[in-house]
Design a protein. Structure first.
Length: 257
């Protein structure tokens, strides 16, 4: 009932606005151009009516729906990845050792110390699992920055349009914000200590080349890859599957497509 009233009110306001527009043009336009202005005003009215009837949704509603989709999606992803083995046991997002450590791994494997590398790899994944819930607020803030122009492009875009927009626009700032969070989690789970142990044993082997790896950058990059991987899946599911539209706004916006 309330929605029907709002739709009726919106329609009436559009009618009044367009008719006022026509009246002004008729008053101030040249007499010989009167019929032309009237035709233009009538065409404009028809355009507004067709646009309103087509979806029944405002840009604001669509924008709020997309942001709701990202909010729900990010919450589901945080719940999935921000727990023990969220990254480590999932082959789709498991974080491997940095490529820079390939030489280290090869050398230590030969001297029977591969367990040190396995422990380090486990702790890199643990660091991502600890950091993911702490990044929830960062994602929430980023979602609010979506403009109306972005909304119009995303709404009719592919199944992961919002996620790709989010990744392209927000990744640099998100990475900057997540860096201290990940750095702290690397220390909390013992990854930095594990790395020091690995490098100590590696450097004790004669004639090995110098190797350095930035664990924080590696975990931030791979952690965000994992988050966006599942956010894209969540977005596609919300667009396709009515059962995934868990809020009234999602049902309204994606049910109208």
């Amino acid at each position: 009932m309330h929605k029907n009233f709002l739709k009726f009110l919106k329609h009436q306001l559009i009618m009044i606005t367009v008719m006022l527009f026509i009246t002004i043009l008729l008053i101030f336009g040249a007499a010989e151009a009167g019929n032309n202005w009237l035709e233009k005003g009538t065409d404009l009215l028809k355009t507004y009516e067709k646009s309103s009837e087509k979806s029944g949704l405002t840009v604001e509603e669509i924008g709020a729906g997309l942001k709701d989709a990202l909010r729900v999606g990010s919450e589901n992803v945080v719940s999935r990845l921000g727990r023990s083995d969220g990254f480590n046991a999932d082959s789709n997002v498991h974080i491997p050792l940095p490529k820079q450590l390939d030489t280290v791994k090869s050398v230590l494997d030969k001297v029977g110390m591969s367990a040190l590398l396995k422990d380090l790899e486990l702790k890199l994944n643990r660091a991502a699992e600890v950091a993911t819930p702490k990044a929830k607020k960062i994602f929430s803030q980023a979602i609010t920055q979506m403009s109306f122009e972005d909304v119009k492009k995303i709404y009719k875009g592919p199944e992961d349009a919002a996620t790709q927009y989010f990744r392209g626009k927000m990744s640099p700032s998100l990475a900057k914000e997540m860096e201290p969070v990940v750095n702290k989690s690397l220390s909390e789970v013992g990854a930095l200590q594990a790395y020091d142990s690995v490098m100590k044993e590696y450097q004790s082997v004669p004639f090995v080349p110098d190797v350095k790896a930035d664990l924080t950058d590696h975990v931030v990059e791979k952690g965000m890859d994992g988050i966006f991987y599942y956010m894209a899946k969540e977005e596609a599911a919300i667009r396709q599957n009515p059962a995934k539209r868990t809020t009234d706004l999602l049902k309204l916006v994606f049910g109208a497509k």
